[in-house]
Design a protein. Structure first.
Length: 136
């Protein structure tokens, strides 16, 4: 049984804006990086069950890059996304309305290359970047 890592952030914006910014490639390219020296030069998203997504993640200096890609398994507009990453790991993203905000909780199966702490910190940094992008 793989280790499950959970991260979360409370985003102060309407759920419709959060959903659009989370799923639209033109927005994904603006927030999908864990540090300022990385970027996402392109992204695709076919947001439906069986639809595919790709985010090209690269170091800005060109030294390293990879495709983060997978297939959507379940989509409930403004509430839930479940997907399987290309390496077979499962991810669940829950969007929960709270008073004046939305709590986003992401749970994902850990991979074996990097420490749990490093994976958690990296995914949390991306989620924090999303929060900052939506709220600014």
């Amino acid at each position: 049984m793989p280790n499950l890592i959970t991260i979360s952030a409370t985003v102060h914006a309407p759920i419709e804006k959060i959903w659009e910014y989370w799923n639209s490639p033109e927005h994904i390219m603006q927030w999908n990086n864990a540090s300022p020296d990385w970027h996402t030069p392109y992204a695709t998203s076919d947001l439906q069950v069986g639809g595919k997504f790709t985010s090209r993640m690269e170091a800005k200096d060109g030294s390293f890059g990879f495709n983060f890609e997978g297939v959507y398994d379940e989509v409930e507009t403004n509430k839930l996304i479940r997907y399987t990453i290309a390496d077979g790991r499962k991810v669940t993203v829950v969007f929960e309305l709270t008073s004046g905000a939305v709590l986003i909780t992401e749970s994902f199966e850990a991979e074996n290359q990097h420490s749990i702490e490093m994976q958690q910190a990296g995914w949390q940094a991306i989620l924090n970047n999303f929060k900052q992008y939506v709220e600014s």
